[in-house]
Design a protein around this ligand. Structure first.
Ligand code: G6P
Length: 611
């Protein structure tokens, strides 16, 4: 998704802006651009289709320099990926602007501006904003007033950074629906879509709130509300160091993040467990009382986070006896859900900025849920700020577009929620001591599973030439099969689907032949015999089976067309977390063998801040 970096300083900003863009690459993009006010006061812009590296080489070759500038990575929504559509956009040679978000009424604004004599050089929804600001300045407003006057005309979502030739002493910015932070330095200040972009230059940040407008000069930063009344915003000290988002010895961020899972899980559990019970205060002030009132749960999320929600439904209904619904946020936000009495609204999101999930939360607040709980990896995100209760996953920054450690830490957080919901009514068939013991076993268990990296790499070779793959699971392992198939399709571009194994005979069995590898997850649980019978249905039709099974499970049928990889035993509740790891590694190795862009797969974005 689009990324913004900008700054005003005493020193040359070219390399700082380029480094900022590199640190935003993980969000997903197709083109990049940069504009600087040159020492001779001219706006000089450079844009390139493709990678930030191509832009870096071009700005160096063209000798761009300046101490006031904006840079952007674009993820196409309106208009194809191309140099012309890349940001920054200019109005004449006066005003330059970068935008993240979508302007919904751009057609109407474009027609009016065309009639007033503007010509357009791109197909984007963004270009209308920069012309509107230039028009306001032509009417005698300064840059800040011109920005504020323009915002009133816009419908949609935006984070904006704007500079102009006539005012080389300031940068203005605004946020409504898309994230934007301000980085505070000494004699220099910056804007960016997230903190990671600015960690090499500062650890001190202001997080703009909805409707905020900001003015940055070399001397300081002022924040205003939508009516340009000054407002105070707290300064956050980031605990992240610049190298928290480095790849280190790993070939890809995704591999690094897969291997970070034992530590990420331990960090997520840290401070939330005593010797034999959960510390419910971890969910926030008044959590114990609020969660004690809950009689139903509604979970909403997107992508991988949605799969975490689906897994939690099995847990919450089985062990708490509470009705639990799970829905993708883009559907939930546009229907009229029936809200059960004393229902808890739970949103799950790695970034906390996913536009659909955020909109679903805002809608839920009008619908009478007992409380809203965010399970999220980013403490400063909008989702966290707008929820009543929060349980942060402590996965650390996740850079690979395909989510890995964020997912398993979400599952661990959902097990904490299970325990918290069970506190007042008692867990069914499992007590809190047992839950805590299983959670504590997780980091060590995951360490042992990650040692299977080499056999899984060898297994990946069987998938490289395939066009399709099928993933099977039953019970709480069905969402894990869904997640495994999503991982494979996201990064290797192999078409993959997941089915509850019992559903095979109702359709997908027709697809089975030697070209359709079938992956199954088979922990030692009550559904194992049922699953084995389903696998026989595949085998009888010449399918190639790859089964991740508990080491205690006897699958004597191994042989031609039946490959089994034994996993260390995992207890019932944590099995979905344990069985996720081999599926992540499988997808990773297939992608590496195929030579795809593992960390930034085509057409995908890490943080989907537009609808
Ligand atoms: C994008 C990412 C996925 C992620 C989904 C939801 O599609 O590529 O990895 O699962 O957004 O993101 P969230 O930040 O809300 O978990």
């Amino acid at each position: 998704m689009c990324g913004i970096v900008g700054g005003i300083a005493q020193r040359d900003l070219r390399e700082i802006l380029i480094e900022g863009l590199r640190r935003l690459e993980y969000r997903g993009y197709d083109s990049a651009g940069l504009v600087l006010i040159q020492p001779d006061q001219r706006l000089q812009r450079c844009r390139r289709l493709g990678k930030v590296q191509a832009l870096a080489e071009a700005v160096a070759a063209e000798g761009l320099s300046g101490s006031l500038g904006l840079a952007h990575t674009r993820w196409a929504t309106h208009g194809a990926p191309s140099e012309q559509n890349a940001h920054p956009h200019l109005s004449g040679d006066q005003v330059a602007l970068v935008h993240n978000g979508i302007i919904e009424n751009y057609q109407e604004l474009r027609s009016a501006q065309r009639a007033a004599g503007h010509s357009f050089s791109s197909e984007t929804d963004t270009e209308v904003i920069v012309h509107a600001i230039a028009d306001q300045m032509d009417q005698g407003h300064d840059l800040l007033q011109a920005l504020q006057g323009t915002l009133g005309q816009l419908k949609g979502a935006y984070a904006l950074g704007v500079i102009c030739q006539a005012e080389p002493e300031r940068l203005v910015a605004a946020r409504h629906g898309s994230p934007l932070v301000i980085g505070l330095g000494f004699g220099e200040h910056f804007i960016a879509s997230d903190m990671a972009a600015l960690l090499p230059v500062t650890q001190r940040f202001i997080i703009l709130e909805e409707g905020d407008i900001a003015e940055l000069s070399r001397d300081g930063v002022k924040v205003y509300d939508a009516e340009l009344r000054p407002v105070e915003r707290p300064v956050h000290e980031s605990r992240l160091s610049a190298d928290a988002v480095e790849r280190g010895e790993y070939r890809h961020f995704m591999l690094k993040e897969i291997h970070e899972q034992p530590r990420a899980l331990a960090d997520t559990l840290e401070g939330r467990l005593s010797a034999d019970c959960l510390l419910i205060s971890a969910f926030g002030y008044a959590a114990e009382e609020l969660l004690g009132r809950v009689r139903a749960v509604q979970i909403v999320a997107c992508g991988t986070s949605y799969h975490a929600g689906l897994t939690a439904r099995y847990w919450i209904e089985r062990y708490c006896g509470l009705p639990c619904s799970v829905e993708v946020a883009s559907e939930f936000r546009y229907r009229q859900p029936v809200v059960l009495a004393d229902c808890l609204f739970v949103s799950i999101s790695q970034s906390g900025e996913t536009a659909d999930t955020l909109a679903a939360l805002r809608q839920a607040k009008q619908l009478g849920y007992v409380a809203s709980l965010a399970i999220c990896n980013v403490a400063e995100s909008a989702l966290v700020r707008e929820s009543d209760l929060v349980l942060l996953t402590h996965a650390g920054p996740e850079i690979g577009v395909a989510s890995t450690k964020a997912f398993t830490t979400q599952l661990a957080a959902l097990l904490l929620l299970l325990g918290a919901l069970g506190r007042s009514r008692g867990l069914i068939g499992c007590d809190e001591i047992e839950l805590v013991a299983q959670l504590r076993s997780l980091p060590g268990l995951c360490e042992r599973i990650l040692q299977l990296d080499e056999p899984i790499r060898a297994l990946a070779e069987a998938f490289v030439d395939k066009q399709h793959a099928l993933f099977l699971g039953r019970g709480s392992l069905y969402p894990i099969a869904l997640e495994g198939s999503l991982k494979l399709k996201e990064i290797s571009y192999i078409h993959a689907e997941a089915y509850p194994a019992g559903e095979l005979k109702h359709g997908p069995l027709a697809l089975i032949d030697e070209d359709m590898p079938v992956v199954a997850v088979a922990p030692n649980n009550a559904l194992l015999d049922k699953l084995k019978a389903n696998l026989e249905e595949v085998r009888a039709r010449g399918g190639q089976l790859y089964v991740f099974a508990d080491e205690a499970v006897c699958l004597s049928e191994t042989g031609e067309g039946y490959t089994v990889l034994a996993l260390p035993h995992s207890a019932q509740l944590v099995a979905p977390i344990a069985y996720t790891l081999p599926l992540q590694l499988l997808a990773y190795h297939v992608a590496v063998l195929k030579g795809t862009d593992v960390d930034q797969p085509r057409n995908l974005a890490k943080s989907v801040t537009v609808e």
